[in-house]
Design a protein around this ligand. Structure first.
Ligand code: ZN
Length: 447
């Protein structure tokens, strides 16, 4: 039996071990190269989903071909580690799709070494728009929304193509049809779910290029927002009812992913403070992480600290002396490079660490007992990785935002805790021989 918070067994939460390889990798992120990516994307005039598929210089087709050729060039540097796929489908008519429309995602995959069956996905969306979401002819530069996200994805592809191979698999994708209704990411997520892919983390980089305040007066160049859903998007009414009884509304898998990001991408490593926001996205808005949350995958949106709405979803024009439009002039390339660092540190840490433990259960009536008890029993499935050396119970007050202490419980798959489950939250994470910790798994109720 193990005692709990305040007892000798619980210690402050250890963070990830220092990693010289990761620091070296982050130094390779190049704001100039990311600037060149956005310049090229803007040069296609518009990347609206209904713009030309076959014009060689203007429209979504030309932009897609360019991204695909860039990814192929990058894959050629990877010594066979990276494969690139065009994922094409026809989206039927909907309220923002006036005629059946071909939509193409470009997906680069760097297969993991030890556990390739677990995936970590990063996206940016290639399509752009102006004021009228159906206007596919006007110039829609989309430098920030979402040229910035595409530039992050391409930069990550360049980094990881030549980096040491990691145990987990990385998927770096540009998705399309976002502005018309998240269609590209919806297709991609559905394909992965149909294939049974174990996606353990997904991030949508959408509008990550500007540090300026909405009024242009107070730049905040060292903060990036990370939006995560509260009650999981896939929660059934029975699950919501149980959550109303026992709590856990701040402990979905996406919350645990966000907590992992905060520890994996600290300021001293990335020059960025990650501001976690417990909300699926900005008020009444959406992005491609929703497509993955709809399949129960942990996912989050990465976005700049404040938006300038004069620069998003606007025709390029000057009104009363104010410039409207999503122009490259408003993008801060050093800021964007720091966003890439947050992504890279997170991916590196996720794909290097053990996988998130599965089947974690909290037993209200432990086996062999007849009634409720203050003893808490947790059980889980052993991790598949051969370098896992044990597990930790993590704890916090129900009102605390993040885990505050950990108990080393050794290499077991069940633990009895003399800590009342009524008063705190528990989680389980795996630890490997190098001291790397997995994301936390929050227990479901067993009985
Ligand atoms: Zn966007």
């Amino acid at each position: 039996m193990l005692g709990g918070a305040g007892s000798a067994a619980a210690s402050p939460l250890p963070g990830p071990p220092p990693d010289a390889g990761l620091r070296d990798l982050l130094k390779q992120i190049d704001p100039k190269r990311m600037e060149a990516t956005i310049q090229r994307l803007v040069s296609f005039g518009t990347r609206h989903t209904a713009s030309s598929q076959d014009d060689p210089v203007r429209g979504i087709g030309a932009a897609t071909n360019w991204v695909y050729s860039q990814m192929q060039d990058i894959a050629a540097t990877s010594n066979g580690a990276m494969t690139v796929q065009k994922q094409t489908f026809v989206q039927p008519v909907s309220n923002r799709i006036p005629v059946p429309t071909t939509i193409t995602n470009v997906i680069a995959t760097i297969q993991g070494t030890a556990s390739p069956q677990r995936y970590y996905v990063v996206t940016g969306h290639l399509d752009s728009r102006v004021t009228d979401v159906l206007d596919f002819t006007s110039d829609a530069p989309g430098a920030d929304d979402d040229g910035s996200g595409v530039a992050v994805v391409l930069e990550l592809a360049r980094l990881f193509a030549t980096a040491p191979r990691l145990p987990g698999t990385l998927v770096l994708a540009t998705v399309a049809g976002e502005e018309q209704g998240l269609y590209g990411s919806a297709f991609m997520a559905a394909q992965m779910a149909a294939a049974g892919a174990d996606v353990q983390g997904m991030f949508s980089n959408d509008i990550v290029g500007a540090s300026q305040a909405w009024d242009g007066t107070k730049p905040d160049p060292h903060t990036v927002r990370l939006f995560v859903e509260g009650i999981p998007t896939t929660a059934t009414s029975a699950q919501i009812s149980l959550m109303q009884s026992v709590g856990g509304e701040n402990d979905g898998a996406s919350h645990q992913l966000a907590r992992f990001v905060a520890s994996a991408a600290p300021y001293d490593l990335t020059g960025m403070n990650v501001r976690i926001i417990w909300r699926r996205d900005r008020y009444l808005r959406g992005t491609d992480s929703l497509s993955f949350q709809q399949h129960g995958y942990p996912a989050a949106r990465i976005t700049e600290p404040r938006e300038n709405f004069n620069h998003e979803h606007q025709n390029t024009q000057v009104v009363d002396g104010v410039q409207f439009g999503d122009l490259i002039d408003f993008v801060d390339f050093d800021y964007m490079a720091r966003v890439a660092k947050v992504n890279a540190a997170t991916l590196w840490s996720l794909a290097s660490a053990p996988s998130t433990p599965k089947n974690v259960l909290i037993h209200t009536t432990p086996p062999g007992t007849l009634s409720g008890t203050n003893i808490t029993t947790l059980t889980w499935k052993a991790n598949p990785e051969s370098n896992v050396v044990g597990y930790e119970v993590v704890l916090r007050e129900t009102t605390a935002a993040d885990w505050t202490s950990a108990i080393d419980i050794g290499n077991v798959t069940t633990v009895d805790l003399d800590i009342a489950k009524d008063n705190v939250q528990f989680g389980i994470r795996a630890v490997d021989s190098a001291g790397r910790r997995s994301p936390v798994a929050f227990p479901a109720v067993a009985n």
